[in-house]
Write a protein that binds this ligand. Structure first.
Ligand code: ZN
Length: 133
């Protein structure tokens, strides 16, 4: 793992949260992108090397809404940048971590991603992401 690539934050409404985070971070949202496979809309902010990703459900029963129903809005996941996602997935699997997908998936912001089950990571949802070349 190279560094924290971004921190994912679950929000009810991008429309309300984008201006809030623009004020908070004193920078403009540089991208919004729908990830239809995950039923989420995302919005990205860059601060130095690290990004903040806001996530909003596009459906009533989407994973982000389910998360908000249980835990409220807030930090949803931490994403680590990896050089070789397949190698890192193999390494973590052999260390006993549970992968939520067996193959990398297409994520937002031109990434291949894989999530680790929070049950194996002290309840922290971890995302691995590798820039698509
Ligand atoms: Zn993410």
């Amino acid at each position: 793992m190279l560094k924290v690539e971004h921190i994912g934050i679950a929000v009810k409404s991008l429309e309300q949260s984008i201006p809030l985070f623009e004020k908070l971070l004193n920078t403009s949202c540089y991208k919004t992108e729908e990830v239809s496979s995950e039923n989420v809309n995302t919005a990205f902010f860059q601060k130095g090397e690290t990004k903040i990703e806001l996530l909003e459900s596009t459906t009533e029963d989407g994973v982000i809404n389910k998360y908000i129903d249980k835990k409220g809005e807030g930090i949803h996941h931490i994403a680590f940048d990896v050089e070789d996602i397949h190698a890192e997935m193999d390494r973590l699997k052999s260390e006993g971590f549970i992968l939520l997908n067996e193959q990398p998936k297409n994520g937002a912001d031109n990434k291949l991603v894989c999530f680790l089950h929070p049950k194996s990571t002290n309840s922290v949802l971890i995302e691995l992401c590798q820039e698509k070349k």
